[in-house]
Write a protein that binds this ligand. Structure first.
Ligand code: 5GP
Ligand code: ZN
Length: 120
């Protein structure tokens, strides 16, 4: 465990994944984030980018430095997953009303299919 993971929450599935408890394959990782494929993919490519630090969502006062690394990882993951040229969509849910079900900040990277032009 590195210093960035010291506030890991015992009851948080993503903290456990980050700690390696399930031997999850990481698509990408650096000092700030890890990325792994969603267990219930909603598109041919559906990867989650998750900060190593346990932050609930954007309302939990995340460090701007962490957000910089989180969003910098998006393009890297898109390249690794081969959707950087075809296009990809990112989704990031904040709170139950937005559909957040895992309360550890994460960005969904979805690709490998044609998306509708609307958002809903
Ligand atoms: P949210 O709805 O919070 O924005 O997204 C949570 C995502 O985490 C969902 O798409 C769900 O399928 C995924 N997820 C939940 N538990 C696990 C797990 O144990 N492993 C992986 N890889 N994904 C998970
Ligand atoms: Zn967590």
């Amino acid at each position: 465990m590195t210093g960035k993971e010291l506030n890991a929450q015992d009851d948080c599935i993503f903290c456990k994944i980050i700690a390696g408890d399930f031997n999850t394959d990481f698509v990408y990782q650096d000092d700030y984030v890890v990325a792994f494929d969603d267990i219930s993919p909603q598109a041919p490519v559906h990867t989650l980018i998750v900060p190593r630090q346990h932050v609930i969502n954007l309302e939990d006062n995340p460090d701007p430095e962490l957000l910089k690394h989180l969003f910098s990882a998006v393009s890297k993951v898109a390249q690794i997953k081969g959707v950087n040229e075809s296009g990809y969509r990112i989704i990031q849910n904040n709170g139950r009303g937005a559909g957040q079900t895992v309360f550890h900040l994460h960005v969904h990277v979805l690709g490998g299919k044609r998306f509708s032009e609307g958002m809903a």
